[in-house]
Ligand binder design. Structure first.
Ligand code: NAD
Length: 368
């Protein structure tokens, strides 16, 4: 972004120096903030994302989409959203006529991601969609096609690409600080309580822990190594008598083979709390725990946990603000987001191979 404030100040300074009364001083032009509509006022949309707009430089909250009119009205009042900018799932397509809205952020159960992404693109809006991108790679492809056809940008909510600890770990790994990388390990899980939640209904979630939390280990394996896996092998361990796991998997371990010979060894679960990344090279290790939390991630580099690293600030005041502003800047500057729809599609294809491997109990070679 051009820093208009600084540029205007410099212009004003030189005009003053020249004594040029012909160049009246103008107040610095405020940078335009792009308007977001949040679809889905649940734990993430309302609990995490909406409060983050106060930390943004290029993004603002302008509209809400919810099935609960009273809740939407309450949230709108709290965050200064005009009542005319409240929509529900039926009249959602009318966002087409609302110039306040530049970007639609889809924070809905996974089975609804494709529908709302495609409807938003057809209404002429750019889309930021939560992870996992959709319930299948076929849906991901249709989302990418719809946004391309509408000439709109599509980004997936992979917030860790804007998180300082992850960025610093990746920078150090790429800079060769631990020598030649030999293996990547990650465990991601949490203990799921509510057996009635949509995350445990296959039709709504597309799958269990792998889709929801294991995807962090998978995505990190790719962005930390900078490589794409060529084959996967997976093993599932689920107690089907547990009322939580009648439809979806609990624990799934998966191994990723990378072209350089690096092995990714990951564990995903809904029955234990763990959030950890370890990169082991021939000269040392990089470790993060927690690795992908909302805040408080920690990083050690060296031979163990001797030296804790404080990462330099990331692109935004928080990872969430960095993510929201990145999308806004991509729209303003006509750039492709660093985590575009294709990134979500790649993860989804690998997840499908992981499920296939666990089902068929065999190594699955991934298509290039
Ligand atoms: P949630 O259950 O708390 O909220 C879902 C919202 O969707 C609610 O407002 C609910 O009313 C609405 N909804 C509309 N139709 C629904 C239906 N038929 N059934 C259930 N809910 C319906 O879920 P969440 O935790 O906010 O997750 C939403 C999305 O955000 C998911 O895709 C999830 O993977 C993602 N998420 C991402 C992160 C992250 O760190 N990036 C964290 C949490 C959730």
């Amino acid at each position: 972004m051009i820093d208009l404030n600084r540029r205007n100040l410099m212009l004003a300074g030189s005009a003053l120096a020249a004594g040029a009364a012909a160049f009246p001083l103008r107040a610095a032009e405020p940078q335009r903030k792009l308007g977001y509509a949040i679809v889905g006022l649940g734990g993430y949309g309302l609990g995490v994302i909406i409060p983050e707009f106060k930390n943004c430089r290029h993004s603002k909250l302008v509209a809400l989409v919810s099935g609960d009119a009273a809740k939407a009205k309450r949230v709108a009042a709290e965050y200064d959203v005009p009542e005319k900018n409240i929509y529900n799932y039926e009249n959602f397509d009318r966002i087409r006529d609302n110039p306040d809205i530049d970007i639609v952020y889809v924070c809905l159960p996974v089975s609804m991601h494709a529908e709302y992404t495609i409807r938003a693109a057809k209404a002429g809006k750019h889309v930021l969609c939560e992870k996992p991108m959709a319930v299948s790679s076929a849906e991901c492809e249709s989302m990418i096609a719809a946004c391309r056809q509408a000439g709109k940008k599509l980004m997936i909510g992979y917030r860790c690409h804007f998180e300082p600890t992850n960025l610093e770990a990746r920078r150090r790994a790429r800079a060769g600080e631990i020598g030649k990388l030999r293996y990547f390990r990650s465990e991601h899980g949490f203990t799921f309580g509510n057996p009635n939640a949509w995350r445990l209904k296959k039709a709504m979630s597309g799958g269990g822990s792998m889709m929801d939390i294991g995807i962090y280990a998978l995505n990190a394996a790719r962005y930390m190594t900078g490589e794409e896996p060529v084959a996967v092998y997976a093993q599932e361990t689920t107690d089907r008598k547990d009322p939580r796991f009648r439809e979806v998997e609990d624990m799934i371990g998966f191994q990723l083979e990378f072209p350089s010979g690096v092995i990714g060894s990951c564990q995903s679960m809904y029955s234990a709390n763990q959030n950890h990344i370890l990169l082991v090279g021939d000269k040392g290790r990089i470790e993060m725990e927690p690795a992908t939390a909302y805040r408080g991630n920690r990083l050690w580099v060296g031979s163990g946990r001797g030296e804790e690293i404080t990462p330099p600030p990331g692109p935004g005041a928080t990872q969430f603000a960095g993510q929201l502003d990145h999308m806004a800047q991509c729209v303003m500057e006509d750039r492709t987001p660093i985590v575009a729809g294709e990134e979500g599609l790649r993860d989804m294809r690998i997840i499908e191979a992981i499920y296939q491997s666990a089902r068929e109990k065999k190594r699955i070679v991934l298509k290039a």
